[in-house]
Design a protein around this ligand. Sequence first.
Ligand code: 3HC
Length: 290
Amino acid sequence: MNTIGVVGLGTMGAGIVEVFARNGLDVVAVEIGEAALERGRGILTGSTDRAVARGKLAPADRDALLGRVRFEVGTDALRDADLVIEAVPERLDLKRSVFAELDRVCKPSAVLATNTSSLPVTEIAVGTVRPDRVIGMHFFNPAPVMKLVEVVRTVVTADDVVADVAALCTRLGKRGVVIGDRAGFIANALLFGYLNHAVTLYGNGYVSRADLDTAMRVGCGLPMGPLALLDLIGLDVAAEILDTMYRRGGRDRRHAPAPLITQLVTAGFLGRKSGRGFYTYEQPGSAKVR
Ligand code: 3HC
């Protein structure tokens, strides 16, 4: 697998582009329109410029990395890709329509992967004429930093596709773990009940957001408290994941979205990316709390 396509250049898609390009692969980065394409390009250049400023990446290596990425509007540019990763918003109808397009455009040997965090990969796969070559590749946020990729195999996925994708994860310096197609896979299945519970605890007024987050950081050794992590994930994304897990996972009340998450999303407070979530940030996209 040498040429990789990425469809959807939001936080996750742009991060995934960076992961592949950093590791020497050619990437075709695709969006539906010029504005979204420029936003995605901005996320990639912002992240690589930060790495240069921190002395973690030589300017020449940044330029070489960016030189391996071709930005294109529309999936026609993915004809020669060996693997395409879809990272569009978490709506099954949208993902299925993207896969129908990819199925039409991509060469028959290409593997089609979804970065979905909670939707059924099987339902995405069976909408194509190559369900055996459809797989989940679930990256974690921030994708350039987090080492895990959940490789999601369905009952239809071919063994050689699973093996190739697992080997590719190693080539990217990631740890691939293989899991069947169940709601939330491994990490989100365990993580989101905890995050949702934290919102309820905070929403019920028992504790300040700072003390709640400090307790989990300092007391349990986690890199971030749950409210700060939700702001990083994006409250809209978190609400969608909870909603899907609630519906797919037998309506387990641990995953019934806490009312406060829903209210914040309705108000447009989506976390770091919008500049305000549980915390208020210096500017949209910033990690610095005001
Ligand atoms: N993009 C690229 N690189 C980033 C980044 C970003 N958004 N944020 C941080 N980094 C890099 C920094 O450049 C730095 O790199 P360096 O060590 O080479 O200099 C490194 O990460 C550490 O960053 P900082 O020193 O600024 O800050 P921290 O040490 O606090 O680390 C963190 C930041 C990596 C985000 C850390 O707090 C962390 O691991 N948090 C937990 C994240 C987590 O749990 N993610 C999973 C969420 S669940 C998910 O994604 C599933 C999905 O389906 C919702």
